[in-house]
Design a protein around this ligand. Structure first.
Ligand code: XMP
Length: 320
């Protein structure tokens, strides 16, 4: 049983001191590696790890081919300014080949997990001699996995999986007692800029969590383009998280007087504190119309744009 530290009771400075010490003690005079995606959780872990280990922490950004437009450059540039060098590791072929032909959501999540931890990190850890992987698992990830709702890509121990046996390295999870609001407080106290600690959550399986049906480079490209529009138009709403989803079913539409049996994009925008429950944001209809207008204008082949109005539960935030 993990003891939760709520955002209210959290003393960020005290928490940082404690975690820095724990990381130092665990790694000793060895080296560690961590994956940075640029989200709040992995950015916070990166800063904690660098405080504890300095140059003995190797930070990598895995280019899995499933990230948002321009993401690797944004993240590496930003961390360079914070004094952290981030290495970009290109693994997009491994991920797309592991996802090929898979449509079941849990099989997709499993393919991501195995590619990430066994193949890509297994290789990196072996090559670097590091014995530890630092990662930003938070309590909500564990809850949903243990409850069998969805397998979060980064949960092992609570499922009875020993990463050392399975992949050959230990996993250190400094944020495991926190939820998103607590992580934001710690990230801020570590000197991350607001554009990082206030950033909307983005899942480990990245855009593949937003493609219903098979994940292919083309379908990821479609959802990536829609994401760019949705994030640009909803960024000032103050919502917890917003996203575009690509559906599998096609529907009959029309374009320039011709039948167009096209694709559907679903837009979701959530009000939430910690992602455990959420309600759809009551967006002004004008904003929704603008989102639809820009998507159909910029993306030929999309003939339907819908907005989800179902709360979590029974919905979940992501679609896969
Ligand atoms: P759901 O879809 O379960 O999402 O309601 C709750 C929150 O968790 C994020 N999410 C993930 N984060 N690995 C992660 O690190 C995952 O596999 C994963 N799946 C969902 C999601 O974006 C939301 O903020």
């Amino acid at each position: 049983m993990i003891r939760e530290i709520t955002a209210q009771e959290l003393n960020a400075q005290h928490f940082i001191d404690e975690q820095v010490k724990e990381i130092s003690d665990a790694v000793g005079d060895g080296t560690a590696i961590n994956a940075l995606s640029g989200g709040v959780d992995s950015s916070t872990v990166t800063m904690l790890g660098h405080r504890a280990l300095g140059k003995r922490l190797r930070t990598v950004f895995i280019e899995n081919g499933l990230m948002r437009e321009g993401e690797s450059k944004q993240v590496t540039d930003l961390f360079q300014k914070l004094g952290v060098t981030v290495e970009v590791v290109d693994a997009h072929e491994e991920f797309f080949s592991a996802l090929k032909g898979i449509t079941d959501p849990e099989e997709k999540r499993e393919a991501i997990t195995q590619t990430f931890y066994r193949d890509v990190f297994g290789h990196l850890v072996k090559e670097s001699g590091a014995k530890h992987l630092l990662q930003g698992t938070i309590l909500t990830d564990v809850d949903e996995t243990v409850a069998g709702i969805k397998r979060q890509h980064n949960v092992f121990e609570q499922l009875g999986i020993d990463p050392e046996n399975a992949f050959g390295y230990r996993i250190i999870e400094p944020l495991i007692q926190l939820r998103k609001d607590g992580v934001r407080k710690v990230g801020q106290a570590l000197g991350l800029p607001p554009e990082v600690f206030e950033r909307i959550p983005f899942p480990g399986p990245a855009l593949s969590a937003r493609v219903i049906g098979e994940v292919t480079p083309e379908r990821i490209d479609t959802v990536r383009r829609a994401t760019l529009i949705v994030e640009r138009l909803l960024k000032d709403t103050g919502a917890f998280q917003y996203m575009a989803i690509l559906h599998q079913d096609r529907v009959t539409g029309m374009r320039e007087g011709e039948r167009d049996y096209g694709q559907q994009i679903e837009v979701r925008c959530w009000d939430s504190v910690d992602a455990r429950t959420a309600t759809p944001t009551r967006l002004p209809f004008e904003i929704l119309e603008q989102v639809a207008r820009e998507i159909i204008l910029e993306m030929p082949g999309i003939v339907s744009v819908t907005y989800n109005v179902t709360p979590k539960p029974p919905s979940t935030l992501e679609v896969v």
